[in-house]
Design a protein around this ligand. Structure first.
Ligand code: ADP
Ligand code: MG
Length: 215
């Protein structure tokens, strides 16, 4: 996967966030302060502007710019968390022009570690970690087993979807939703839902990668 795939990922993620902006905000209305879709929409709009104004030369540079922009433009908890995730992933990719599956697995692991360092959430706390952690594990497992790119990414998205669905029955222990205690049960975590969208955008962008699609 080259720089164009990573640019396509971020563009596709921004489109998915925009298309699901109201849904994400409604999820946050139930257990937070009704701004998750608004926060990410503002953030990814700024990311697209930043990427448009600067020819980020490597996959790592694309992700670093994405992360830095999210950190500076999103006020809510999700801005620094996603921003750190993208920055850590970008750092892990270094200056490579092409990213192979093991490198992408390491980048996902770095992103997850960054989110957990900053937010101290563990699996089961009803946060984006409940989607990102299983997705990262599923991707690493698929890559270790020699899966094709499309299959490894599909496994990651499926694991994220399962993880996000499982947040419905969890009681929030981190973030704003934790103020509700047991009343947070019965609703999907908005950050877990947006993590699914972002990973699905990666799967879709990679599927358009003509190099990988070639026999
Ligand atoms: P805010 O909570 O400041 O309004 P958002 O609504 O944009 O910010 O984002 C809320 C999401 O952020 C939650 O649904 C959850 O997934 C995620 N989140 C909040 N706190 C944490 C944390 N400590 N660790 C991981 N994710 C968190
Ligand atoms: Mg919120």
């Amino acid at each position: 996967m080259d720089t164009n795939v990573f640019r396509a990922w971020i563009t596709s993620a921004a489109e998915a966030i925009e298309a699901n902006r109201d849904h994400l905000t409604q999820l946050d209305a139930a257990i937070g302060d009704a701004d998750h879709g608004i926060n990410l929409s503002r953030g990814f709009t700024a990311v697209l502007a930043a990427l448009g104004g600067q020819p980020a030369a490597t996959p790592g540079a694309v992700l670093m710019l994405t992360g830095s922009t999210l950190i500076s433009k999103v006020g809510g908890a999700s801005g620094p968390l996603y921003g750190t995730a993208f920055r850590r992933a970008g750092q892990a990719l270094g200056t490579a022009e092409e990213v192979d599956l093991p490198a992408l697995a390491q980048a996902l692991e770095a992103a997850l570690a960054g989110v957990q360092q900053l937010g101290a959430a563990r699996e089961g706390d009803k946060t984006m970690v409940d989607a990102l952690a299983p997705a990262t594990r599923a991707f690493a497992k698929a890559v270790a087993e020699g899966a094709a790119q499309a299959d490894a990414l599909a496994a990651a998205v499926a694991a994220a979807e399962e993880g996000a669905a499982a947040t419905v029955s969890m009681e929030a222990r981190k973030g704003r939703a934790s103020y509700l205690g047991p009343r947070s049960v019965g609703h999907e975590d908005p950050g877990a839902a947006s993590t699914v969208l972002i990973l699905a955008a990666l799967r879709d962008a990679a599927a358009q990668d003509t190099d990988a699609a070639a026999p």
